[in-house]
Design a protein around this ligand. Structure first.
Ligand SMILES: [Zn+2]
Length: 337
């Protein structure tokens, strides 16, 4: 079968590899659509992915075979590649390791995953795709669960105004999850395609941080107080400081993006306002279910993250990863298998 194998040094090879076989308690999934995640772009950019790995953890497909003892799926069932409740003892290290460090432990997996025609999962791992949710949209369940998790970890309450830095895929999904939770959303985003998308998914105002000071503008738009919660979905050099600067007294900053470099912070600027800080990591199985439900009910439109150029073939993976390394106006890229 065809797969994009990561060689090393920012190089994929699209090649034939042996078809995986489901063992006892496992299912073989034929991947239909696989989304390119920012995490994978980081792994590529910083050459963190192990050589020989087939990345990709955001995918939708169908069950195409089952190993011994599998009763919960039948051939042809539509699934997303994650979100199932893990059995005791099968918790991922991100949730179970007492001292988990994503930078040093995050990229050790060499299993063949979603940038391939087929992949194998334990039978408890996938979730069924609700009727009416397309494969393109379902492929985004994982990033959507990240957004749902961030909003559920926040102190957001009905009617609050929140700030979102960055309208890439995660920022756009956080915007929609916050809207679904009853918030008004102010977004800071310079790329025109992304700021248009933010307005299309319900942001009240989008600030271009190259034109206006986003902190000043967020404070102005909230009668001089600042948003109740500010989500940093950009993780750039200055956005966490801006989030702290913008948030209201006793408000909350939630870090959703993963900064890979030290960030300059000047706490004397904002400490006296007694701000809470939370990091938010990935999504729990319950968040995946909420994400699928919000998509099925039209509360989260993943299709608004896509443009005509969003769907590519596996053969185009190399050029698209290279393009995604530099700041982009592209929204979400999806590979059609
Ligand atoms: Zn992801």
């Amino acid at each position: 079968m065809k797969a994009a194998v990561y060689l090393s040094k920012q190089q994929f090879e699209v090649t034939d590899i042996p078809m995986p076989e489901p063992g006892p308690g496992q299912v073989l999934i034929k991947v239909n659509k696989s989304a390119i995640c920012g995490t994978d772009v980081h792994a590529f950019m910083h050459d963190l992915a192990p050589s020989g790995a087939v990345l990709g953890h955001e995918f939708a497909g169908i069950i195409s075979a089952s190993g011994a003892g599998v009763t919960r799926w039948k051939e042809g069932d539509r699934v997303v590649g994650g979100g199932g409740e893990w059995p005791v003892g099968k918790e991922p290290p991100t949730k179970s390791h007492p001292r988990y460090n994503y930078r040093t432990m995050g990229f050790t997996d060499t299993r063949t995953r979603g940038y391939a025609e087929y992949t194998v999962l334990d039978d408890w791992a996938p979730l069924p795709i609700p009727e009416g949710v397309t494969d393109e949209v379902a492929a985004l369940t994982e990033p959507c669960s990240v957004a749902v998790h961030a909003v559920r970890r926040s102190s957001l309450r009905l009617g609050d105004t929140v700030g979102v830095f960055g309208a890439g895929p995660i920022g756009l999904l956080v915007t929609q999850a916050a809207r679904a939770a009853g918030a008004n959303v102010i977004v800071s985003e310079p790329a025109p395609g992304r700021s248009d998308a933010a307005l299309a998914v319900g942001a009240q105002t989008v600030i271009d941080p190259f034109e206006q000071d986003p902190v000043e503008r967020m404070v102005e738009l909230t009668d001089g107080h600042g948003p109740s919660v500010v989500f940093d979905c950009a993780g750039l050099k200055n956005t966490l400081q801006q989030a702290f600067d913008a948030v209201r007294r006793a408000g909350q900053v939630v870090l959703v993006a993963v900064p890979w470099e030290p960030l300059p912070l000047l706490p004397a600027e904002w400490m006296a306002r007694e701000i809470d800080f939370r990091s938010s990591w990935g999504g729990l199985p319950g968040d995946w279910k909420i994400a699928l439900d919000l998509m099925a009910r039209g509360k989260i439109s993943a299709s608004s993250l896509m443009t005509d150029t969003s769907v590519i073939t596996l053969d185009e993976i190399q050029e698209h990863f290279e393009a995604l390394m530099s700041p982009t106006t592209q929204l979400q890229t999806i590979i059609r298998m």
